[in-house]
Design a protein around this ligand. Structure first.
Ligand SMILES: C[S@@+](CC[C@H](N)C(=O)[O-])C[C@H]1O[C@@H](n2cnc3c(N)ncnc32)[C@H](O)[C@@H]1O
Length: 273
């Protein structure tokens, strides 16, 4: 049985990841030149929070469900909620957009999305969801081969790497992909989402990224839930982050810490390297 994101869609980690993603895309949109977005592990792009899988875990209730219930406290979170409302026009939170949807919603006519997904049914669903959008190309392939798609002809853009982290060697594979990708497209922006379950494994990623000699920042978010099997913390590592990104994100991450809290130790941190 392969990893299925519909069990986790809209959980705290998805909210954190997609808010950071929106901030990066906003920064890319500040310049008129077109960009290319490459995603290595794209998923289906749309998730049903009323489906069996999402209902079984209930993870969205303590993630996007909490934000949905509140007035937006920052301009970035307001945009996040506006886009969410566009997907749920009747005012009931049911459809949660995956990363390709968030990015497509912000993409301009000349921007491009190149989406890799290895699992055939998931790739087929993703294709179906973006049928008719000429900005989007879906590749059913191993996302760890995506360095071969670089550099994009636009010469600017973002690669999101968001693997399931089920393989024991996934952190190593991400490090190797970053090495290959930055060798071909040194000035691209790179974002890697990762779980903070095994601190030792997770610490290797920023170290490997720092060794590439590019500027970066490691963002970590913790709901403060007592550690009992379930993931309660995750990170988003950025290489070549847009100028001023952490400052732009700070008020929103502060709000997320308050809204998504599961305990007194809820926190977030940004570590530049
Ligand atoms: C965490 S989910 C992606 C969620 C998505 N980025 C989002 O935020 O909406 C990871 C996806 O990677 C896919 N996958 C697993 N191994 C892969 C590989 N080697 N290459 C490409 N996709 C893979 C899984 O089928 C799953 O859909």
């Amino acid at each position: 049985v392969h990893y299925q994101h519909q069990f986790h869609a809209g959980n705290f980690a998805d909210v954190f990841k997609h808010v950071v993603l929106l901030a990066v895309i906003d920064a890319l949109n500040r310049k008129p030149g077109p960009w290319c977005y490459v995603e290595t592990h794209a998923g289906t792009g749309e998730y049903d929070l009323h489906g069996d899988a999402a209902r079984r875990t209930g993870e969205a209730a303590s993630g996007v469900g909490r934000l949905w219930a509140q007035p937006a406290a920052t301009p970035l979170l307001q945009r996040y909620l506006e886009l969410l409302h566009q997907h749920n026009p009747d005012g009931v939170l049911r459809h949660y957009p995956g990363s390709p949807r968030w990015v497509a919603a912000c993409a301009r006519d000349d921007d491009r999305l190149v989406l890799c997904e290895r699992v055939p049914q998931i790739a087929a669903e993703l294709k179906q969801n973006f049928r008719g959008d000429r900005r989007v190309a879906v590749h059913q392939r191993d996302g760890y081969e995506a360095a071969g798609l670089l550099p994009p002809r636009e010469k600017r853009g973002l690669m999101l790497i968001d693997p399931p982290f089920e393989r024991p060697d996934e952190f190593r594979a991400v490090g190797e992909l970053l090495r290959q990708a930055t060798a071909r497209f040194a000035h691209g922006v790179y974002a890697v989402w990762y779980p903070l379950k095994n601190r030792h494994a997770a610490e290797r990623l920023p170290r490997a990224a720092a060794a590439l000699g590019r500027e970066g920042v490691d963002l970590q978010f913790d709901t403060g839930a007592p550690a009992q099997g379930q993931m309660h913390a995750c990170g988003m590592l950025l290489l070549n982050p847009p100028f001023g990104l952490v400052e732009a994100l700070t008020p929103s991450l502060e709000v997320l810490r308050e809204v998504l809290t599961q305990g007194p130790r809820a926190s977030w941190v940004a570590r530049p390297f």
